[in-house]
Ligand binder design. Structure first.
Ligand SMILES: [Zn+2]
Length: 172
């Protein structure tokens, strides 16, 4: 688990938004608002990341690329998060690894909670309505729906497998 956010050098309004967003391991550095959207610039608190291959903790930053992901609306406005996608170097494996943020799935352009929210809406609102309300393309809404359906199926299969293993252990 990442440590709780306790950065007191930030402006009170940024601190307020950090608290409001309630995303682990990141803080709001700045924000700007237009008529229908809010754009938050976030930074990651962790200095480094664990190598997925050897579990070595590396702080050797190789490169940073900015990415923008969609998050849940605030005050009826579309929310966009600008985040650094950071790549670190692992000396042990001599490889580069991209940091994973726990609230965004790998290579997705939305936060997990945003995708879950869209998925939940599809059962009672049609895709075209969601597309209009969220200013998302119909294909993007379909993509989120398919992605979350697949994810749910995978999770369900994993739980079933675990349950099956447990039952077999009990029988032995
Ligand atoms: Zn490594």
């Amino acid at each position: 688990m990442l440590p709780k956010v306790t950065n007191d050098n930030t402006l009170p309004m940024n601190r307020h938004f950090t608290h409001l967003l309630n995303l682990p391991g990141v803080i709001v550095e700045s924000w700007k608002s237009s008529q229908d959207s809010i754009f938050f610039q976030l930074s990651v608190l962790a200095e480094g990341t664990y190598c997925p291959y050897c579990r070595n903790y590396s702080k050797e930053l190789h490169q940073i690329r900015p990415i923008v992901v969609r998050d849940l609306p605030v005050d009826g406005k579309n929310v966009y998060l600008s985040l650094p996608r950071r790549q670190f170097y692992c000396r042990v494996c001599q490889c580069y690894m991209t940091e994973r943020l726990q609230f965004i799935d790998w290579r997705r352009k939305y936060t997990q909670r945003y995708e879950e929210n869209i998925y939940a809406q599809i059962s009672h609102v049609n895709i075209e309505q969601i597309s209009q309300q969220q200013h998302l393309g119909v294909e993007q809404v379909k993509n989120i729906f398919n992605y979350i359906s697949q994810k749910r199926k995978k999770q369900y299969l994993e739980i079933s497998k675990k349950r099956f293993r447990l039952e077999n252990q009990r029988k032995q």
